[in-house]
Design a binder for this molecule. Sequence first.
Ligand code: ADP
Ligand code: UDP
Length: 247
Amino acid sequence: MEQESAKLTAQDGPMYEGKAKRVYKTDDDGIYMVSYKDDATAFNGQKRGTISGKGIVNNQMSNLFFQLLEQNGVPTHFVKELNERETLVRALTMLPVEVVIRNLAAGSMAARLGLEEGMPLSRPIVEYYYKRDDLGDPLVTVDHIEVLGMATPEDLAQVQRLALRVNEVLSETLRKVDVILVDFKLEFGKTKDGRIVLADEISPDTCRYWDANTKEKLDKDRFRRDLGGVEDAYAEMMRRVKEVTRL
Ligand code: ADP
Ligand code: UDP
């Protein structure tokens, strides 16, 4: 298969280096390679650190979830895991929007609206943030997105539909290993033929995971809030996701 023979173009460095990953071109222009780092940032890059082994967990967990989601009708960018930290993905034109889905109030929503963390929501809430580091990724409405041309109404409707489907599949799956999916962030891109595809990553960096029994945090909030036990929490989540995706 042509996709499987895609390799790094030898002389090229990363096409893009972000906070958590590097993205490389390959010799197939429809395929990129992503490489996951251990670098951790929070509060729009103001807090920096390293979470040892994070890149491995985030790569492997994202890929297990992408495969599960494909089986459940969600198109994803996943092509092939190359090794512990590197994965081939479909090259997409990303929508400049971060999509946050919330099942319980937490983080910025709890702070902004004066709600207690952990307050259940009567239905999932979808929020959109304009992906602009220099502006601190501001919250935007559907009107901002459509009128300012970040996405068409049709694309945004598909993004919302897919995001809610991702929430159903992941919430139900994680429940089986005693994890509450509190909230999470997704990114979507577009293929050349105009299809919306789930991209980026789904990991303890981008989700809030709470142990269903103890309510212990098993995600990046341990780093953000200096709670300690960060590596152990990532490893424990990896163990549970491997267990439940093997079932
Ligand atoms: P950031 O840019 O927020 O610092 P990362 O370090 O995770 O984030 O960098 C990864 C970048 O790759 C992000 O900008 C993300 O939107 C982009 N990306 C993820 N998946 C794809 C894809 N399939 N095609 C093109 N770009 C992608
Ligand atoms: N999130 C993310 N990247 C961001 C902002 C948020 O992955 O740039 C995730 C975060 O991990 C959480 C959810 O989106 O699972 C909601 O985050 P929130 O708006 O509460 O912001 P936070 O307080 O985490 O900065």
